[in-house]
Write a protein that binds this ligand. Structure first.
Ligand code: NAD
Length: 277
């Protein structure tokens, strides 16, 4: 990259002809990211456990997008998805590790104490969030290492800064994601190329399928006490919408953030800044 390329211009955010892979791409937050990447010009490979949903989203966003069924916890499957992406597009510029989530069985409640949380549910959450970011980073990171170029974006969480009540495995797993983000940023820059960058976003509270049961009462549609506490601790006074993530995502995957690696950016309406007083 020449010096003049580093000057910020309106097309610094342009992703024309870049190839972006998004795991969990058919989910609520990542589907919004896939659409934004395509609008910025990228060819998007939507990877998701739900193959049909991935293909439907790819058909909707167009611009050469493909939907690929892929379980981020199966190394062979992730590697074959990586081969497929290279077959279709010839390269990989951007990887967003979006697959992640929590489940009620790994969440404490009046019916389920911490002491009784079943190991298989705890393990499911650790695996999906942490190993599910590591395996795609190996498969697609290897391609980036060979290209000496690429950007990886992980999805951490508020839980990574300070754990939230009730969800110990998800909190620990997302803390792991933030830690892995820093580790991989250093490793890729030192071992392969300073042009390979690894960052994360840490979304605040977005009402989606994985957390609706914690934030809204199923019958009344009212906020739960937990939902109310979250809003009371969010200076901007609302839940985020998927579109709130897009500015930071496009910044972190584009040359606009060429000297940014190893950071975790909160997108949280001020939640992480507020002491509660
Ligand atoms: P979502 O449940 O809508 O999307 C997750 C997607 O991942 C789904 O499409 C699902 O099919 C897919 N998936 C699940 N297991 C998979 C696997 N093994 N392999 C491949 N794909 C798999 O969730 P979301 O709320 O859009 O969350 C996206 C990311 O953002 C997750 O990492 C989540 O932990 C994180 N996050 C969400 C919030 C929030 O408030 N919703 C806050 C912070 C972080």
């Amino acid at each position: 990259m020449g010096k003049k390329d580093l000057i910020m211009t309106p097309d610094t955010f342009d992703l024309q002809n870049q190839v972006a892979v998004v795991t969990g791409g058919a989910g609520v937050l990542c589907a919004a990211m896939c659409r934004a990447l395509a609008r910025a010009g990228a060819k998007v490979a939507v990877l998701d456990l739900r193959e049909e949903a991935a293909q439907a989203l790819a058909a909707e966003i167009g611009n050469g997008a493909v939907g690929v069924g892929c379980n981020v916890l199966e190394k062979d499957g992730v590697e074959s998805a990586a081969r497929r992406v290279v077959e279709v597009y010839g390269r990989v510029d951007i990887l967003i590790n979006g697959a992640g989530g929590n489940k009620p069985q790994a969440t404490t409640s009046p019916e389920l104490s911490f002491f009784d949380l079943p190991p298989d549910a705890l393990s499911w959450v650790f695996q999906l969030n942490l190993l599910g970011a590591i395996l795609p980073s190996q498969a697609f990171g290897k391609i980036m290492a060979a290209q000496r170029q690429g950007v990886i974006l992980n999805i951490s969480s508020m839980n990574a800064f300070r754990p939230l009540t009730r969800i110990p495995a998800y909190s620990a797993a997302k803390a792991g994601v933030s830690n892995f983000t820093q580790w991989l940023a250093v490793h890729m820059a030192q071992e392969y190329s300073p042009a390979i960058r690894v960052n994360a976003i840490a979304p605040g509270f977005f009402l989606t399928e994985q957390n609706r049961y914690l934030l809204m009462d199923r019958d009344s549609g009212e906020l739960t006490p937990r939902g109310k506490t979250i809003l009371a601790h969010t200076p901007q006074g609302r839940f985020g919408s998927p579109e709130d993530l897009l500015g930071a995502v496009l910044w972190l995957v584009s040359p606009a953030s060429a000297f940014v690696t190893g950071v975790v950016i909160p997108i949280d309406g001020g939640f992480s800044a507020f002491s509660g007083v």
